[in-house]
Write a new protein. Sequence first.
Length: 435
Amino acid sequence: MVPRYARPAMTDIWTPESRFRIWFEIEAHATDALAELGVVPKAAAKAIWEKGAFEVERIDAIEAEVKHDVIAFLTNVAEHVGEPARFMHQGMTSSDVLDTCLAVQLARASDILLEDLDALLAAIKRRALEHKYTPTIGRSHGIHAEPVTFGLKLAQAYAEFDRNRARLVAARADVATCAISGAVGTFANIDPRVEAHVAEKMGLTVEPVSTQVIPRDRHAMFFATLGVIASSIERLATEVRHLQRTEVLEAEEYFSPGQKGSSAMPHKRNPVLTENLTGLARMVRGYVTPALENVALWHERDISHSSVERFIGPDATITLDFALARLTGVIDKLVVYPARMQKNLDRMGGLTNSQRVLLALTQAGVSRENAYRLIQRNAMKVWESDGALSLAELLKADPDVTAALSPEEIDARFDLDYHFKHVDTIFARVFGEAA
């Protein structure tokens, strides 16, 4: 975890204090359930809640000697609880504590990420509605294609992040399972009702079969979902970066008073936030492959996954939390230049309407092949003039074209608003009829 790219609420989930607090709650709830089943004295379960405490430094010191983190934790808690502590961890194994704790941490991290997504979706929606009919050029392969609106660009991003939110809800449910099943997961030394009790208290569901560890396909799907969200962040960030290029300059990141763009060139206004988001997205995606490789464990358990998860659990969630918040800020303050968008739309002499004329020629009886040839030979003249020539005027001067279409019919195919007649339909699909 790099503090530069971390926010307190998410970071707190992964602190040693938070982890050991979750461990304590798991152990205490399990002891409560055992007491209700008559396996341990109820007084012992009560004493654990009343006297139970721990110190991170003391746990670390004990672990340095015993080389086992859960034993070190239990030893430290026992120093506070006293004799009743012998009833803690009855029939449980370390993985019961570790895996259930990780499930709690990932569920809590998911809740923060879902809040982040909600904030991002709200910002995108607001800006999409603001620019619902702001004309801009659509590009394919980076080349001018046909007109769109800037609102449609943002509506696409909204729909993508809305899908990501649904994916994360599903991934959260998938990973939030509890395992209190003992060695090799058979419940030989602990009643399944203990697991059910702990699951309820910790906000989890029971793991149907845990083989001592919770199956890591759940975690693989979770981190893969984070990777997909990161890719969507990069997609939108890359769009902003391209739009901020000097030659394009249709939108740019907010440049605050006093901000400096370059140590050498005072004129620079660089897309530093979206470039940073591109890098952060690479990091989050980098955690997906280790999560996939964690699925294959030996027999009922090994700990080859453990060291991996100590990295990717905190780092992936903390980084994605920061990235989502940063992207929300970028979109919220994004500076949009409609006049520049219109200028870019106009700079290629009407080439963006070539398909409309093509279709009109075919409707007028010209074969598609001939219609394509007639338009392309005129369009290339406009292209090579860098937009100095007008496609409409060239077409009206071409007798092969005017043999099928009148000048008025040609002019009618250069109406910008024509391209936006279904914007309402698209917005209704994305945002609902109210949009």
